[in-house]
Design a protein around this ligand. Structure first.
Ligand SMILES: Cc1cc2nc3c(=O)[nH]c(=O)nc-3n(C[C@H](O)[C@H](O)[C@H](O)COP(=O)(O)OP(=O)(O)OC[C@H]3O[C@@H](n4cnc5c(N)ncnc54)[C@H](O)[C@@H]3O)c2cc1C
Length: 427
């Protein structure tokens, strides 16, 4: 079978040692078979193994091959739609539970890094940058909202103060979240995979699930083997394809692109981001950036609906980088890559069960580094019979894309056009 390697990226080029892992060959029995070794799958595996379950993971390519090994590395709290949207769409008790969980993912990441000694360049501090005065008003109400849920490490910044932490004058202000921060995302995934193996879990790479036989004892089939399990957890997210038609009908893979400069001088890097915080702006189609451990600027943005790979990533992203930092005009771009996240119509994650023993979590719609870590913990709780927090997510409404798969792309592109126009007009 063809061997799928990591896409060329700064992360693959600077990854910690990646051990060889077996392909699934023959028949295996386990308590839980997880499909996909991104953060969702790995986080679920760690939480289950820590509670005495036997776990095997099948991964189509390599650990962190998907979004988890390619993302902006930004630890962003809460969900892609915020708690106020959740409060408006569900019962008070459910909203309270979901609100209480909105900041847990970042804590789980930090606990795992400390407990399993994961070398992934963790830095504290994330900035939400307001492009317009209207965004600033939104951040003011977001701060009040988050404080209601006990999340207090927040500071509003006016147009002058934000320039002390981001070396550009394009922003109207911003909000600093000291419990946000950034990591080398692939090295986090690789460290979590090592933790899975330390705890006795097995990860099969180059082993795509090609069929899941449902029933009292579900069986996950790969090209050369099968795993019989008590439970299956589906964690393939935007890379799952049509393995489970119920899941693909209500979600859409989207590409977003990242570029990485050559290493900058220490002085230039410090002039861009003096405290080494990460930044994302408040536009619907947002820019996100940060420094790497070796002083490169990692800058992401752009969305391609339907996850087609754009021909020239640098041409799409570089102009946005130069808008913020024109002084980088002669700096070389060493890496450019694309990765897929999974969009849902509500932009809230989709969590649930297919029958009694197949569980899934998908679709965090762009902000998934923290949510996926929470999801793993919550999925593991449900498999242990404590499903209150799982059900708080599962009870959120899931909407199919209008018109089915055929219309997913034009429908979302229309939505994106509308929001881009709003971003441009500042309304
Ligand atoms: C370029 C980019 C930048 C981003 N930046 C940020 C950011 O800065 N902050 C943030 O919060 N979020 C960010 N996100 C989103 C975040 O990275 C994702 O939400 C998160 O990593 C999703 O994790 P996951 O484990 O659910 O999915 P993935 O990491 O995509 O993992 C799914 C895995 O399942 C495997 N798989 C799929 N199908 C099968 C199958 N049939 N059999 C076996 N294995 C299978 C895939 O190969 C893949 O390894 C970004 C996403 C992208 C693409």
């Amino acid at each position: 079978m063809a061997h799928t390697a990591y896409p060329q990226s700064y992360y693959a080029a600077s990854a910690n040692p990646v051990p060889a892992r077996p392909e699934l060959d023959g028949e295996v029995e386990t308590d839980v078979c997880i499909v996909g070794a991104g953060y969702t799958g790995l986080s679920t595996a760690i939480a289950l193994l820590e509670n005495g379950f036997k776990v095997s993971i099948v991964e189509a390519a390599k650990v962190g091959f998907g979004a988890s090994g390619r993302n902006g590395g930004q630890i962003v709290n809460s969900y892609s739609r915020d708690i106020d949207v959740i409060e408006r769409s569900c019962a008070p008790k459910q909203a309270q539970l979901l609100g209480d969980m909105a900041f847990e993912g970042g804590r789980i990441i930090r606990e795992r890094i400390a407990k399993y000694n994961i070398q992934c360049d963790l830095k504290d501090g994330g900035v939400f940058a307001a492009n317009t005065p209207k965004h600033m008003k939104h951040l003011e109400s977001q701060k009040k909202l988050w404080e209601r849920y006990g999340h207090t490490q927040l500071e509003l910044m006016d147009a002058k103060r934000i320039q002390e932490v981001v070396g550009t004058d394009i922003y109207a202000g911003g909000m600093l979240d000291m419990s946000g921060g950034h990591i080398h995302p692939l090295n986090l995934a690789l460290g979590e995979a090592a933790a899975v193996e330390l705890l006795g879990g097995v990860i099969y790479e180059q082993s795509p699930a090609i069929r899941i036989e449902r029933g009292a004892n579900p069986v996950v089939h790969t090209p050369n083997g099968r795993i019989k399990a008590k439970f299956v957890v589906v964690a393939g997210n935007a890379y799952l394809g049509n393995l489970i038609p119920e899941l693909s009908a209500k979600s859409m893979p989207c590409g977003t692109q990242v570029i990485t400069t050559e290493p900058l001088s220490a002085e230039l890097a410090k002039s861009l981001l003096p405290q080494n915080y990460c930044v994302e702006d408040c536009n619907y189609l947002l820019d996100y950036y940060r420094l790497s451990a070796d002083n490169r600027l990692i800058f992401g943005g752009g969305v391609v609906y339907g996850a087609r790979d754009p021909a020239n990533i640098e041409a799409i992203i570089r102009p946005n980088m130069l808008k913020a930092f024109p002084q980088l005009k002669d700096v070389k771009i060493d890496y450019a890559w694309t990765g897929n996240f999974l969009l849902t119509l509500s932009r809230l994650p989709q969590v649930g069960r297919l029958g009694d023993n197949i569980y899934y979590s998908q679709g965090c719609s762009g902000h998934g580094v923290t949510y996926t870590h929470l999801a793993g913990k919550v999925l593991a709780e449900a498999l242990r019979g404590q499903a209150e927090r799982f059900d708080a997510f599962a009870d959120l409404p899931h909407y199919p894309f209008p018109g089915g798969r055929l219309f997913q792309v034009p429908f979302s592109a229309l939505g994106a056009w509308y929001y881009t126009l709003r971003d441009k007009l500042g309304i």
